[in-house]
Design a protein around this ligand. Structure first.
Ligand code: PGA
Length: 260
């Protein structure tokens, strides 16, 4: 077993009854980091998995129960050529679910991932995140193929932000988002190296369609075939699943909780 794996604390896994309960616990993580850290840097994830959480966050902000001016924010990935305001872009998606994030964007407190495949711009983005103190809380989804952000299977794990060639599964899953236009071939994404630099990782997954990827992440081999298995080398990761997403996983670690 690799040394890093022996040393790392296994991800805590919580299996909950409904996606809403998952969203609630993900939001609790956001509250916690806001209380513990001065102007924490939160990196949001997109995808259907996070819509409920982002809507709930917006409701909290509007009700005055959460102050977004206490946090700095960024996100994981962007389709090549899709500027923040453009429909189809990840920033547009984040803003549609949580309009308060657009307020942060307007005042420079939300750093969008570059949408141009320009290496120098990617390195500047990475540097800027480091200058802000690095990511305190990283939200993550998981692809059906086990990808994290758009870090696709078999791409080496030493990659930070990079230009990703999207896999067929990833493009198939994004088809409805762009129809009738074709799905972009490439995206700009955080890499496993970037993601593992986050102080706290919170991965959420719902539904039967994610069950094989969840099993590969938690029970399969740790390696590039399943980028999400990198969470097992981190030491401060939380995995929030509904029962369907957890249905093929065999809990072993003492920290795992199937009671939900
Ligand atoms: P989803 O995407 O939330 O839309 O399922 C997650 C991902 O592909 O990482």
């Amino acid at each position: 077993m690799p040394v890093e794996l022996q040393k790392a604390r296994a991800p805590e896994v919580r299996v909950l009854r409904t996606p809403d309960e998952v969203a609630e616990q993900a939001l609790a993580e956001l509250r916690r980091v806001g209380e513990r850290t001065d102007r924490p840097l939160v990196s949001f994830a997109t995808g259907g998995t996070f819509t409920a959480m982002l809507r709930a966050l917006h409701a909290e902000v509007v009700a005055g129960r959460f102050a977004l001016d206490r946090v700095q924010a960024t996100h994981l990935d962007e389709y090549e050529g899709y500027a923040p305001q453009q429909r189809g872009s990840m920033v547009h998606e984040l803003g549609a679910a949580c309009p308060s994030l657009l307020g942060m964007l307007a005042r420079g407190a939300f750093l969008p991932v570059p949408h141009r495949a320009d290496e120098a711009e990617l390195r500047r983005h990475e540097l800027r995140l480091q200058q802000l103190g690095g990511v305190d809380l990283q939200f993550l989804g998981i692809g059906r193929n086990g990808h994290l952000a758009f870090h696709e299977p078999m791409v080496p794990w030493d990659r930070g932000y990079h230009i990703a060639e999207l896999s067929t599964v990833t493009r198939d899953d994004a088809r409805a988002r762009f129809a009738p236009d074709p799905v972009p071939l490439r995206a700009i994404t955080a890499g496993v190296a970037t993601i593992l630099g986050g102080r706290r990782l919170v991965l959420c997954a719902f539904g039967r369609g994610k069950a094989p990827a969840v099993r590969a992440m938690l029970d399969g081999e740790v390696g590039p075939a399943c980028p999400a298995s990198a969470l097992r080398t981190h030491g401060n990761a939380l995995v929030l699943l509904d029962r369907e997403a957890a249905s093929l996983w065999t809990p072993r670690a003492a920290s795992s909780d199937r009671s939900g």
